[in-house]
Design a protein around this ligand. Structure first.
Ligand SMILES: NC(=O)c1ccc[n+]([C@@H]2O[C@H](COP(=O)([O-])OP(=O)(O)OC[C@H]3O[C@@H](n4cnc5c(N)ncnc54)[C@H](O)[C@@H]3O)[C@@H](O)[C@H]2O)c1
Ligand SMILES: O=C(O)C(=O)C[C@]1(C(=O)O)C=C[C@@H](O)C=C1
Length: 370
């Protein structure tokens, strides 16, 4: 495995910046990871968690020594940083990239770098979480996920390959898209779903004023579909402003769709209602669960476990006895007062099948694949 050496400057040490820093360090232990964040607490925490090797005292100080600059701030901040970047201070061969969830406006603002001979390659690792901050950063966050790159025409192929080499510790699958294609696709499968999740929560909040039982009765379905409403509001505000045009079209299409649905329910058109759900189920079930996709895929097994201390070691203990190795383990949802959902990831389909059989043999916990 080729190990690169050099200075990596990560601006914005939150969930994504921190995770990328850890992944780069894992693949290139001789690289020096320098970090900067406007929030001094996060910067200190990043240093003490060893997410970065050094803290820069300013953007300029970090940028002038960097061989790779990764901008991992909310997208409106990224736009500002690009506009103010001190190009004259940068190393000639530096590569500048970002991780923002939108691409057209960022790539547009980066044109000034290209004009002055600096390579900019837009990037977006298509995995994340509703959590934010460096404490949530994990080196494996992007494993198996797509990592979109949006290089513009003038960018040399060697520079793109070099960036992929730097980022190979993410174990993501790189895909090149135009910024327009990127924003169109993410509008449908990432951005618009966020407003739906947030609006469902607002609707429940309104109903709760009439009956406080609403939030107590909000069960698995509501929690599953609204998980992402717990995400960082600053990040999502910026995404909505950046991808406004795409989102306005999606609003119009969604409103038309809701009107259509409302009328079939009003008419009690049972065939139409049934087919609507059926088509949705077929498309959802057909999403590439095992191949790599926008929904990050692994050989995952979900286990509904009772909420008591020791339950995780109980389950992992059964698997250990049968020598079944787990690549990742996570409690993805605690459904208060009922049970938790344990997500176990495996290296292969075979391991997952063995694990399923093992858990079924030793426990009565429900197991399922999504
Ligand atoms: N969270 C996700 O699921 C996800 C996934 C892929 C990409 N992204 C993108 O990654 C970027 C970062 O998101 P995150 O989830 O890591 O957010 P985060 O809130 O965890 O981290 C962002 C960090 O940037 C810092 N910051 C803000 N303005 C700054 C500035 N001007 N200079 C230096 N630091 C600054 C903040 O203090 C914070 O520590 C966003 O552009 C987002 O669109 C997020
Ligand atoms: O899993 C989540 O919590 C996410 O919201 C991750 C998610 C997504 O919409 O899929 C969010 C924004 C990113 O730009 C990429 C990934």
């Amino acid at each position: 495995m080729k190990r690169l050496e050099g200075n990596i400057f990560v601006v914005g040490l939150g969930l994504i910046g921190g995770s990328i820093a850890l992944a780069v360090k894992k693949a290139h232990p001789d690289a020096v990871i320098i970090g900067y964040d406007v929030n001094e607490q996060e910067l200190k925490l990043a240093r003490s968690l060893k997410v970065i090797d050094e803290a820069a005292s300013s953007l300029e100080q970090g940028m002038e020594q960097a061989d790779l600059i990764i901008l991992a701030t909310p997208v409106m901040q990224t736009e500002k940083i690009l506009a103010q970047m001190p190009v004259h201070l940068l190393k000639e061969n530096v590569i500048v990239t970002d991780v923002g969830s939108t691409k057209q406006r960022i790539v547009h603002h980066a044109r000034r770098l290209g004009k002055q001979g600096i390579t900019f390659i837009g990037g977006h690792p298509m995995a994340g979480s509703h959590k934010s901050g460096v404490a949530a950063a994990r080196a494996h966050l992007f494993e198996n996920a797509f990592y979109v790159l949006t290089p513009t025409n003038g960018v040399a192929v060697e520079k793109i390959e070099r960036l992929k080499e730097w980022l190979k510790g993410t174990k993501a699958q790189f895909v090149v898209l135009s910024p327009e294609e990127h924003d169109r696709i993410t509008g449908v499968i990432s951005h618009f779903p966020h407003i739906i999740a947030a609006s469902l929560v607002h609707q429940a909040q309104q109903y709760e004023k009439e009956n406080p039982l609403v939030s107590r009765l909000a069960a698995g379905g509501f929690r599953d579909i609204t998980r992402i409403a717990s995400s960082n509001p600053e990040m999502w505000r910026d995404i909505f402003i950046h991808n406004k045009h795409e989102l306005l079209t999606l609003f119009d299409r969604w409103i038309a769709e809701m009107k259509k649905l409302r009328s079939i329910v009003e008419e009690e058109n049972s065939a139409a209602i049934y087919h609507y759900f059926l088509e949705a189920k077929q498309f959802r079930d057909g999403l590439p669960a095992r191949t790599k996709g926008a929904i990050p895929s692994f050989y995952d097994l979900y286990v509904d476990v009772p909420d008591y201390p020791g339950v995780i070691s109980e389950v992992t203990g059964y698997l250990a006895k049968e020598n079944i190795s787990i690549t990742n383990i996570r409690i993805i949802e605690t459904r208060e007062e009922i049970y938790g959902v344990l997500r176990l990831s495996f290296q292969s389909e075979e391991d997952r099948a063995k694990a399923k059989a093992c858990i079924q043999q030793h426990t009565n916990y429900e197991t399922y694949e999504v």
